[in-house]
Write a protein that binds this ligand. Structure first.
Ligand code: TPP
Ligand code: MG
Length: 785
């Protein structure tokens, strides 16, 4: 790139800096929210990335490239999109306002084509890596797409997040030559100037993981000074100077700056800078490469040239570059004053009348923006897969069987499906075999970019690794599991190929990956995850392996449908339905409350259950009706009036339960019948769906000031007058709301302490889940009427 082009880019980056700064300023100073809560925003963090981002969008990226932007640099992203003509001007004064620009880049809520949501630091860094891994899979299975480069712009303190290193270290992400991370190396975090210089440690960590590392440390002015006689001493001093001392220079000028700079320096350094006037010394010694357009473009080109592994660029930057708060240790949330904004506006040659203008389209900068807008425009993507997932695989069980086992069988069956099979892709963090994916893996193989020779022979599990494999194995990182699932579920957009992603994880460790789970669903991703085994039903495994709060988590997560089937056929129907919804390409609603389907979370168990009670209900209701109710979230497994006609006038109670505890509930219903109480048993297949149905009618009532009705999903399964006992191998709280929904007394039973080792019966006794306790709870519920 010649000097003229660099000058044009420089002009553009100055406008980007101004707009990003003013967008935050306007949110805080031009708008009265009336609630006394500060609006906030990050001018310094934004300024830090202005050069790197200008270089990317105005000179480097292609239309197919995908970029994750550091959360606190969202104003820079929007300023760039505005200058490219992709964002309406009215948004510039609506950062952090309702319906306006989001504080942090959001795929689903921002109007200007955000590729990756960011916000929880570390996740946005890793997401493009998993998007690239997804692309590698898509290319291997469905033919190569046009090349994309997957870029992450990340803060240096983001590297403190463990998930970043989990992602870097996983073999599933090795060799991805189309990945570039750019670390905004401003040596500051939120609270402080980061002590010491950590670059060598980080460089070592990246290199050990097989990454290509580039440092962009000095700007051209400093580089030139180093080349002059005696310049080596200057370089050595800047390299060894404590970070805190270096950062403190940004707040100083004149003789003070010189004094601080030379504090502790060898004599040769003082001699070298003696001839440099005071007003030139500061700009010289703080001339860092992360604000040098040519140096950055060169670094990007170096990364492109390395195609066999991911690259990371450490761009030395200044937090608050070009602003009066530059380098100040307290600048993370600092806002320029109105006077400082006025001075900045004038310094950029703008007035209150012209401050929001785009670049003059006739100017070289405006022409460049127009060209880049063309170069970066994208084709719309198809979300739908265009195949019909069957309503059932007709799974059969002649003997007691667990939901975990059925899950594996249904997947094997779907893998054979002529249309659907090829789109299925499974993944697990080193628990594929123990969560019953072995059958699927035997059928489809394990994905590897190139075929690998297998050295073991196991007739039960053929671990064949090749580009044709449909299982992506991960190391033990639940963060990686959910990050990968999130990206597989966005493959329709980021790789132009919809997929049917299915992940498995031990249910207690869903919590370990929870933030990445949220990240995926907040991004609008759709996938299936099975948490299995779950609950204290995993009795011998003890408290560290039992999950109790996950049902509540699944129920409460927006963009996630939580299901907990007990019987083989209900799981078959629910899993087929979930995959059919994903295949349909319907986008989850992230704004409607309660949020629509999104991802699917199956909470499963290893406890084999007798299927006869289900078959009895099936004979009673018929497949069509029953399937509809199962998918809607609840059906009456035992209808007391039909099962016990002699109890026609007896008191009625209803026992509602999900999953593995149903045998105890059925036994309790039989005992109650002997005591002259008619007990319906309701199998709640999706607590989430019936809760949402209830909430929808309530919200409707609240919003329109009308009397809410009991929703159909509840009415068909429940008796809306009988008291209810809820029984769950999970925290009792998760189901306790059913009493309110039905307007009847409720006694919730569940697991509200940490578990311990034992047999199922022993632990159920401990947590009051045995039939005797359920009977007592039913009698208590009746007495509460
Ligand atoms: C998971 C998470 N923890 C904490 C925060 C709050 N936080 C936001 S930015 C930040 C410091 C970021 O420093 P760095 O990554 O170096 O970015 P800079 O602003 O210096 O560019 C922190 C702690 C967050 N957003 N996410
Ligand atoms: Mg930083």
């Amino acid at each position: 790139m010649n000097q003229r082009d660099l000058d044009v880019l420089d002009e553009i980056q100055r406008r980007v800096l101004w707009l990003a700064t003013r967008i935050v300023d306007s949110a805080n100073h031009d708008r009265d929210t009336g609630d006394g809560v500060k609006v906030g925003g990050h001018q310094a963090s934004s300024a830090s990335l202005v050069t790197a981002m200008t270089a990317l969008w105005f000179a480097h990226l292609d239309a197919e490239d995908r970029v994750a932007v550091k959360p606190h640099a969202s104003p820079v992203y929007h300023a760039i999109q505005y200058l490219l003509g992709n964002l309406d001007r009215s948004y510039l004064t609506r950062l952090r306002a309702r319906g306006g620009l989001q504080s942090y880049p959001s795929r689903t809520k921002d109007p200007d084509g955000v590729d990756f949501s960011t916000g929880s630091v570390g996740l946005g860094a890793a997401a493009p890596l998993f998007a690239a891994a997804t692309r590698r899979y898509v290319d291997a299975h469905f033919g190569p797409r046009p090349r994309s480069r997957f870029v992450a712009l990340i803060g240096d303190a983001e590297l403190d997040e463990g998930n970043v290193w989990e992602a870097v270290a996983d073999p599933a992400t090795t060799g991805l030559g189309n990945v570039m991370w750019l670390v905004d190396f401003n040596r500051q975090s939120l609270d402080r100037v980061v002590p010491g210089v950590r670059i060598n440690q980080w460089r070592g960590q990246f290199e050990a993981a097989g990454w290509h590392v580039v440092e962009v440390k000095y700007g051209r002015r400093l580089a030139a000074a180093y080349g002059r006689p005696g310049g080596a001493a200057l370089r050595d001093w800047i390299d060894v100077m404590p970070n805190e001392q270096y950062q403190s220079l940004f707040g100083l000028s004149g003789p003070e700056l010189r004094k601080r700079f030379l504090d502790g320096a060898p004599e040769a350094v003082a001699a070298f800078v003696a001839d440099i006037p005071d007003d030139e010394l500061g700009p010289l010694v703080t001339d860092l490469g992360g604000h040098d357009l040519a140096a950055l473009l060169d670094a990007y080109a170096q990364c492109d040239a390395v195609t066999d592994r991911p690259s990371v660029v450490f761009a030395y930057t200044v937090k608050g570059w070009g602003l009066p708060i530059a380098g100040n240790p307290r600048n993370h949330s600092a806002l320029l004053t109105t006077e400082q904004i006025a001075a900045l506006r004038a310094a950029h040659g703008l007035t209150p009348e012209t401050e929001w203008d785009r670049l003059d389209p006739a100017s070289p900068a405006g022409i460049r923006a127009g060209e880049r807008r063309e170069a970066l425009s994208r084709r719309p993507r198809e979300r739908a897969l265009g195949v019909t997932v069957p309503e059932t695989t007709n799974v059969r069980a002649n003997k007691p069987i667990s939901t975990q086992e059925v899950f594996g069988r249904v997947l094997v069956d779907l893998a054979r499906h002529p249309e659907v099979g090829r789109y299925l892709v499974t993944t697990a963090p080193d628990v594929a075999t123990s969560t019953n994916l072995a059958g699927f893996i035997n059928k489809t193989g394990v994905f590897a970019p190139t075929a690998r020779r297998s050295w073991t022979e196991d007739r039960m599990l053929r671990w064949t690794e090749s580009p044709a494999g449909q299982h992506i194995e991960l190391g033990i990182s639940e963060m990686n599991l959910f990050l990968l699932l999130g990206q597989l579920g966005l493959a329709w957009d980021l790789s132009g190929q919809p997929l049917l992603p299915v992940g498995t994880v031990y249910d207690p460790f869903v919590l370990r990956g929870l933030d990445a789970f949220l990240y995926g669903t907040y991004s609008g991703s759709r996938f299936v995850v099975a948490g299995t085994p779950s609950g204290v039903t995993l009795a011998p495994e003890g408290g560290a392996h039992q999950s109790t709060i996950t049902a509540s988590v699944g129920l409460e997560l927006p963009g996630v449908t939580f299901v907990e089937p007990a019987y083989a056929v209900t799981l078959d129907w629910l899993l087929c339905d979930a995959l059919a919804q994903i295949a349909s390409g319907a986008a989850p609603s992230v704004t409607a409350a309660p949020a629509e389907d999104g991802a699917y979370y199956f909470r499963l168990s290893t406890r084999p259950l007798d299927q006869a009670p289900f078959e009895a209900a099936r004979a009673r209701l018929g497949d069509a009706v029953l399937r509809r109710q199962v998918v809607a979230g609840a059906y009456r497994l035992v209808d007391a009036h039909q099962a016990y006609p002699h109890l026609a006038d007896a008191p009625v109670v209803q026992l509602a339960a999900s999953g593995a505890v149903l045998p105890e509930v059925l036994a309790a219903a039989a005992e109650l019948a002997e005591e002259g109480v008619a007990a319906h048993v309701v199998d709640v297949t999706s607590l989430d769906r019936i809760y949402r149905a209830w909430q929808r009618t309530l919200r409707q009532g609240v919003r329109t000031a009308t009397v809410p009705s009991v929703p159909g999903a509840l009415r068909s399964a429940f008796d809306d007058r009988a008291p209810v006992v809820t029984v769950h191998d999970a925290a009792s709280h998760a189901m306790a709301w059913l009493g309110s929904a039905l307007g009847v007394p409720a006694v919730p039973l569940g697991v509200d302490e940490f578990g311990q080792s034992g047999s199922v019966a022993e632990l159920y006794e401990l947590h009051d889940l045995l039939p005797g306790s359920i009977v007592n709870a039913a009698l208590a519920a009746l007495s509460l009427r």
